[in-house]
Design a protein. Sequence first.
Length: 191
Amino acid sequence: MDITSLLFYSFIVTFTPGPTNIVILSTVHNFGPKKAMEYTYGATIAFGSLLGISAMLNTVLITVIPKILIGMQIIGTIYMLYLAYQIYKMDTSEPTDNKTGTFISGFLMQFLNPKVVLFTLTVIPSFVLPYYTDIPTVTISVIVITIIGFLAFITWALFGAIFKQFLQKHKRTVNVIMALCLVYATIMIWM
């Protein structure tokens, strides 16, 4: 298993702006860090739940139908390249407004967030299952990726104002670097 690519992919997808991170940023600006952390806890629990569900389903599928892994890797690769393109052309200058920053809204948003759903469906079959299908390794992978997601959410909550200004000031450079790292992680899936 290429842990470097797994970590690159996980950090890039969770730390780059997406619906959840933007809502956390907006919640910090509008309602303060305490409300943003409430939202973050809900988002993290749902993120971990989606990863766990995906890992269980993918592990069952891989043991029942081993050839499905190639299809999942192809889907994961296409999605990762799509994300790299989206990050490359991203415009973070548009403000967002959030009227709710609750645990429940953070939890539910993860199930409606296509970035999170596609990430959770592709990360385990692309990076872990080609090498390990045992429950302890898959469980540790889910926990580590969930922690990475939680760290990303906290980063956006605690440093929201500073991070947003930095991204807006250097968005082109940051987006190019993140997109290139994501392309690297995609290539490493097939190595």
